[in-house]
Design a protein around this ligand. Structure first.
Ligand SMILES: NC(=O)c1ccc[n+]([C@@H]2O[C@H](COP(=O)([O-])OP(=O)(O)OC[C@H]3O[C@@H](n4cnc5c(N)ncnc54)[C@H](O)[C@@H]3O)[C@@H](O)[C@H]2O)c1
Length: 254
């Protein structure tokens, strides 16, 4: 595999599981040192796995829903490596599966804090470090639901639309400083979170219908998002800024 990220210091959040885990492995294969971060200590096993495969990684636990944790995370990376070249801001939580009028303020606040404010804090502290170093590449995980809605997911849909807005705003603020900011909009990807949602019979039935919304005829694999993330983080995507790349088997096309 071409080492398009050789020598780069790249952070992946939500990297203990699913899309983040697969992307951390893919980014390490491209030659980067990966800082595997997650609220779950399971992230340590991902860093060990990368090292066993001959790659380079370390684990730092952080809650992206805490500004202090995010600031500490970026500070630790800069203290250890002198800089941060790229970040895949991917950590997130799913919707509660409720109609908007039944959603509590606590449920709304949690989704916004982790799925939207978490991305804001990540971008903020990454940009501060990248301005010092003279550039970088930031990729955020939005969702198809950053462009369209489904029923019973208002807090998630609002947060992911917000991630798209933040991506474009940050691209406008920092493009001239050599910092590119882009987003990936995954369709349904087979990760533990989807397995968890399937426990709700109503959502399981809805998911079957959603398969038909993916013209490619299947759901995605986490690694397929990792491919897009690795590309956007690399200089191969040097003129891509403020973009929302749908990696969704055509979900948003129909
Ligand atoms: N799976 C899908 O179909 C799909 C589709 C579109 C978008 N997404 C988005 O992709 C991202 C990853 O989802 P996934 O499907 O891999 O889910 P996942 O549950 O497998 O992985 C999410 C990871 O984020 C971590 N996390 C949760 N809260 C955190 C916090 N406060 N701080 C740090 N880490 C935290 C979890 O511990 C977990 O390891 C999320 O942003 C999700 O919204 C997923």
């Amino acid at each position: 595999m071409e080492q398009t990220l050789a020598g780069k210091i790249i952070l992946v959040t939500g990297a203990a599981s699913g899309i983040g885990r697969a992307s951390a492995l893919r980014i390490a294969e491209a030659g980067a040192h990966v800082v595997v971060s997650d609220i779950s200590e399971e992230g340590a096993a991902v860093a060990s796995h990368i090292a066993q495969q001959g790659g380079s990684a370390n684990f730092i636990r952080a809650d992206v829903g805490s500004e202090a944790d995010v600031a500490g995370l970026i500070n630790d990376i800069v203290s250890s490596h002198g800089r941060i070249d790229g970040a895949f801001n991917n950590a997130g939580v799913v919707q509660c599966g409720k109609q908007l009028h039944t959603l509590s303020t606590e449920e709304w606040d949690r989704a916004i804090r982790i799925d939207l404010s978490g991305v804001f804090w990540c971008i903020k502290y990454q940009v501060i470090a990248m301005l010092e170093a003279g550039g970088g590449s930031i990729v955020n995980t939005a969702s198809s639901l950053g462009a369209v809605a489904i029923p019973n997911a208002s807090e998630y849909v609002a947060a992911k639309h917000g991630v798209m807005g933040l991506t474009r705003a940050a691209a406008a603020d920092y493009g001239a400083a050599g910092i590119r900011v882009n987003a990936i909009l995954p369709g349904i990807i087979q990760t533990p979170v989807i397995e968890e949602l399937k426990q709700n019979p109503q959502f399981a039935a809805f998911l079957e219908k959603l398969r038909d919304r993916h013209p490619i005829g299947r759901f995605g694999e986490p690694r397929e998002i990792g491919e897009a993330a690795a590309w956007l983080l690399s200089s191969s995507a040097s003129f891509v800024n403020g973009a929302g790349i749908a990696v969704d088997g055509g979900y948003l096309a129909i």
